[in-house]
Design a protein around this ligand. Structure first.
Ligand code: PEP
Ligand code: MN
Length: 279
């Protein structure tokens, strides 16, 4: 693919990103949590529930890129302080979205992973600023971006000196209206073919409906995703943002069991094929 250099797969090299004892790109990543940090009680209750179910990273937006300026914009610094406190209490690494290049430095003191949202995928000033750090970053695919455009955005970060990029497929906009977006499963094997970067999938923003999230999650695991990011809210009906696509803790716990079982099955099958091929 023209223009792709650093992210092109070189021999068998695959990017691995270490966050505490977790190695992204090797260990399966299960990120869960609410769309946005609302208050400490909500965050703590959700964090404890998702950790118990097997999530190994906690999510929560403090800066929310809302389509309407009148919608809840997130708690900002207050939200990040809550996230840091909850991280300390439940002992889970945390990820939160950064929207402005001026926030990259100080926000990195509060979170383990920065997230670049779909609407900011081509915010080149933001990408360059993150490239100046070594912060792990989840780069979401723009809702109207091709795989090539997305990988070129990853290159902005990589070429500036930060190797710790995780891609995230979150659905693209198509003519379909039943779901919020259309999950592009092809992006999983395609980015693996074209790059050495780990790829995770966000079925929540792809679906826009909680009822569709379980099957999309399993499809992503079956297609080889390195992880999932799923919105979970302690009381989805009361969520200030994206409640309709958020799972309840019990729905998430049930899904997590299926995810781990499918992942294990897939790993065993791959191992068997490797053995047969090398015999
Ligand atoms: C999010 O993950 O909170 C989010 C806003 O997602 P996206 O950027 O994919 O719309
Ligand atoms: Mn959301």
């Amino acid at each position: 693919m023209e223009g792709l250099k650093l992210s092109l797969r070189q021999s068998t090299f695959r990017t691995e990103i270490k966050i505490q004892s977790l190695v992204i790109g090797k260990d399966f990543v299960l990120i869960a949590g609410p769309c946005s940090v609302e208050n400490e009680d909500q965050m703590l209750a959700t964090a404890q529930a998702v950790k118990k179910a097997g999530a190994n990273i906690l999510r929560g937006g403090a800066f929310k890129p809302r389509s309407s300026p009148y919608s809840f914009q997130g708690l900002g610094l207050k939200g990040l302080k809550i996230l840091r406190e909850v991280k300390r209490k439940v002992d889970l690494p945390v990820v939160s979205e950064v929207m402005d290049p001026r926030d990259v430095g100080w926000m990195s003191e509060y979170v383990d992973i920065l997230q670049v949202g779909a609407r900011n995928m081509q915010n080149f000033a933001l990408l360059k600023e993150i490239g100046q750090t070594k912060m792990p970053v989840i780069l979401k695919r723009g809702m109207h971006s091709t795989i090539q455009e997305w990988l070129l955005c990853a290159e902005y970060i990589l070429s500036a000196g930060n190797p710790n990029v995780i891609l995230c497929e979150r659905g693209i906009r198509t003519f379909e209206r039943y779901s919020r977006n259309t999950l592009d499963i092809t992006a999983i094997p395609a980015t693996k073919e074209l790059s050495h970067l780990p790829i995770i999938v966000d079925p929540s923003h792809a679906a826009g409906k909680a009822s569709l999230v379980p099957e999309l999650s399993l499809a992503a695991v079956a297609a080889g995703a390195d992880g999932l990011m799923i919105e979970v809210h302690f009381q989805p009906e009361l969520a200030l943002c994206d409640g309709e696509q958020s799972l309840s803790p019990s729905q998430f716990a049930l899904l997590a069991q299926q995810i781990f079982a499918l992942r294990k099955f897939r790993e065993k099958e791959i191992e068997k094929t490797h053995k047969e091929n090398s015999a």
